[in-house]
Design a protein around this ligand. Structure first.
Ligand code: CMP
Length: 425
């Protein structure tokens, strides 16, 4: 998903639509021009629709500038606006309507100014906070196709379609020349026979090195970025392996550590989420953490009747903790300093003789009894599998239930129920 703090999804979709419309023009206009093809009705319709879209976009830009009420509009904005205004005209329809002769057919190609929108789209995408891999790949493919197509059309312009030859076959031949020249392979089976052709070929050869470099460089960086997470994970696991060898860690413990890491990597999380946002200012980190915690506790039944301020107060004081399978979270008889909410995973509540009293899962809580009754822990609690828990310290817990008596009532209800079950057993 594309994301940005200030750019709405509608804007992103609209810009994407214009990008594709303009790409169509970038492919169709030079093709129609070099082959001097008869203009079909559908082409006129498409030209009209694209012009209309560009008109709406132009008006939207003007309105946005007016709304922003900036004292001065930047020169760059004025330049792009002028081109956008020019692009609104449906040149294909105009040229066709006036039945212009061959000499004036260049009017068709004026539509290529619309290409400036592709440049604008690239800079627009650059403003997005997160650019997904598929968008980058799509842009690279479109860029390559347009470059090859233009070079092909340039060749056809210099060496027009010979009489009696099939335009498709001829296009493929010219495209083959364009690709072999742009990729600097140059088999030499198709060579320029005129001065114009030779000059053009030299230009494309020089351009080819740059274009080829840009495409290959970008594709490599996209693939590298996609692999970055796996690479980091691999590095971490290899460090861990060396560590365990060095300290001669017994096989059972090794296995536990490795399987814990696999669990984290499977969820595409770092060993601690906090590290990911560690570079942000403290206030922003807290805001993010609170937001994530509110989302979690809102889904927990006992908090479902709580208001926004209660949820936020609880969310602000929650601390994230991980436990691996079999790990003891609470020991019977200990003094209770905190309670826990289960974010992911399962825990077993065990009585003294390892008798299972209950299995608690996502959204449930435990450790409240010792805090509410000021007694010692009434049961052992063990992680069943890997567990992500949120810890609520005793002082915070007591402050919250004092402030929000309805929450205290809910928790008390659960506690009494649990106590009843335990007494029966
Ligand atoms: P506490 O006594 O602080 O620590 C152990 C916790 O296990 C206890 O709080 C409860 O949260 C939980 N617990 C005890 N008995 C049950 C039960 N029957 N069902 C579910 N949870 C329980």
């Amino acid at each position: 998903m594309l994301e940005s703090r200030n750019i709405s999804l509608t804007t992103i979709l609209w810009q994407g639509l214009i990008f594709w419309a303009v790409t169509f023009t970038a492919l169709e206009a030079p093709y129609s021009f070099v082959f001097q093809t008869k203009i079909h009705h559908w082409q006129l319709w498409v030209d009209g629709i694209i012009s209309f879209m560009l008109f709406i976009d132009f008006m939207a830009q003007i309105l946005a500038i007016k709304k922003a009420k900036r004292p001065q509009v930047a020169m760059g904005t004025i330049f792009f606006l002028t081109i956008d205004f020019f692009n609104v005209f449906p040149f294909e329809i105009i040229a066709h309507g006036f039945a212009l002769n061959r000499g004036l057919k260049f009017l068709y190609v004026l539509r290529l100014f619309r290409m400036i929108r592709i440049v604008k789209f690239y800079s627009f995408v650059g403003k997005l906070t997160v650019i997904p891999k598929w968008v980058k790949i799509q842009m690279m493919i479109v860029f390559s196709i347009i470059a090859i197509h233009w070079v092909t059309c340039g060749w056809i312009y210099i060496y027009p379609l010979p009489a009696g030859k099939n335009p498709i076959d001829y296009y493929v031949l010219a495209c083959y020349w364009a690709v072999t020249t742009l990729t600097t392979i140059g088999y030499g089976d198709i060579t320029p026979s005129t001065t114009a052709g030779r000059i053009y070929t030299m230009g494309i050869m020089i351009l080819g090195v740059g274009v080829y470099g840009v495409v290959i460089g970008n594709v490599a960086s996209i693939l590298q970025a996609a692999d970055r997470f796996k690479e980091q994970a691999r590095e971490k696991l290899s460090d861990l392996e060396n560590f365990m060898k060095h300290y001669n860690i017994p096989p059972r413990l090794r296995e536990t550590v490795f399987s814990y890491y696999s669990h984290l990597l499977g969820k595409r999380m770092s060993d601690n989420d906090v590290h990911i946002i560690a570079d942000l200012p403290h206030a922003l980190q807290q805001e993010l953490q609170t937001y994530m915690n509110v989302a979690l506790i809102r889904s927990i039944p006992i908090f479902s009747s709580c208001g926004e301020s209660c949820l936020k107060d609880v969310a602000r004081v929650l601390e994230q903790n991980y436990f691996s399978p079999g790990q003891t979270i609470i020991n019977i008889g200990d003094i209770g300093h905190e309670m826990y909410i289960i974010a992911h995973g399962q825990v077993d509540v065990l009585a003294e003789e390892n008798l299972i009293l209950a299995s608690l899962t996502e959204g449930q809580f435990f450790g409240e009894m010792a805090l509410l009754e000021e007694t010692k822990r009434t049961a052992n609690v063990q992680a069943h599998g890997y567990c992500d828990l949120y810890k609520l310290k005793k002082e915070d817990f007591l402050t919250i239930i004092r402030t929000y008596p309805e929450l205290k009532q809910n928790i008390e209800g659960v506690r009494k129920n649990r106590q009843r079950i335990n007494i029966k057993r």
